[in-house]
Design a protein around this ligand. Structure first.
Ligand SMILES: NC(=O)c1ccc[n+]([C@@H]2O[C@H](COP(=O)([O-])OP(=O)(O)OC[C@H]3O[C@@H](n4cnc5c(N)ncnc54)[C@H](OP(=O)(O)O)[C@@H]3O)[C@@H](O)[C@H]2O)c1
Length: 278
């Protein structure tokens, strides 16, 4: 079974570098996939209130029989729950659905700048952290201007910024900005949702040099650069394949080839300054 390395967050909590993504999965399927993922060695599950599958995540973890402290669970505050009191209630509801006493990481899902509630939400999350309902707090889809406002209003630096990141949109500037602030960058849609990216000939060429699949090349690209990520996969075979990226290294030549794919394409045109979901 592959041992997944951990990355230290800025408050000392260790996060596994590769986990399981669960977007767009209904509860029952989530339950099966989470259980299978934990069986084959995953120890980190990323979910969100808006995925409406926290119950499935919790059941999958319970089915696995693993001690709570061996599984890192991350969930997110949805747009409609942003605000001081509502954010606190939202985490309690998430914990209820998950069947857990605490999560390991709680994130603001989107900044929703038009709403202007992310600073109040963040201050509520600081209280949730102090209460022990989450071991770390962070953000998702935050731009430097949003992080500046948090920094002005709070002394708690987000542990992570979870952003869309893959070889099509490597996010070099946002990653540098996160690193300067002591924030770990997490990559969402690390495979750019599968499909078109994985059919690029350069990934097959790099993979052939290492005896790996295009998906493994892309996931290696993430972890080799210190990113934390969580591909979503539905079959046991893909779960195993995606975890098996810690015993080879991409060369400078490989990385230069992968860099040619960076054309700024986003999977769904979700730009954080304007994207709204509730
Ligand atoms: N914070 C945010 O705003 C945000 C936004 C989007 C996503 N996320 C998080 O990031 C996670 C991952 O992103 P994602 O689910 O959008 O996309 P992804 O992980 O980039 O890609 C998932 C797709 O790739 C396919 N796939 C997985 N492994 C494969 C392999 N080895 N070979 C070929 N195809 C493979 C999957 O197919 P099968 O399922 O059929 O196996 C699925 O269709 C989400 O699940 C969620 O947890 C966060």
């Amino acid at each position: 079974m592959t041992a997944v390395p951990t990355v230290p967050l800025n408050n000392g909590v260790a996060i596994p570098q590769l986990g399981l993504g669960t977007a767009r999965l209904p509860d029952e399927e989530t339950r099966r996939i989470v259980r299978e993922a934990l069986e084959v060695g995953y120890r980190f599950v990323d979910t969100a209130a808006s995925y409406e599958n926290e119950r499935g995540v919790g059941e999958g973890i319970a089915d696995s029989g693993l001690p709570r402290e061996e599984v890192f669970v991350s969930t997110k505050l949805r747009g409609r729950d942003q605000g001081s009191d509502s954010a606190k209630e939202a985490l309690r509801s998430s914990l209820d659905r998950l069947g857990l006493d605490f999560v390991d990481l709680y994130l603001i899902h989107w900044p929703l700048p038009r709403l202007d509630r992310y600073v109040a939400s963040w201050q509520a999350m600081e209280e949730l952290l102090a209460e022990g309902l989450t071991r770390a707090i962070g953000v998702s889809n935050f731009l430097p201007e949003h992080l500046d406002r948090l920094a002005a209003a709070s002394s708690t630096v987000p542990a992570v910024n979870q952003i869309e990141c893959h070889p099509r949109e490597p996010q070099l500037e946002q990653r540098a900005d996160d690193a300067r602030r002591g924030i770990v960058t997490e990559s969402w849609s690390p495979l750019a949702n599968g499909g078109e990216l994985l059919r690029q000939p350069v990934l097959a060429e790099v993979g052939a040099r290492h005896g790996r699949t295009p998906a493994q090349v892309v996931l290696r690209w993430h972890v080799q650069q210190g990113l934390v990520t969580f591909p979503k996969a539905s079959s046991r075979g893909r779960l195993v394949e995606n975890l098996d990226v810690f015993d080879f290294a991409l060369t400078d030549q490989d990385l230069a080839g992968i860099a040619t794919l960076a054309d700024g394409t986003r999977v769904d045109g979700q730009f954080p300054d304007v994207w709204e979901e509730f």
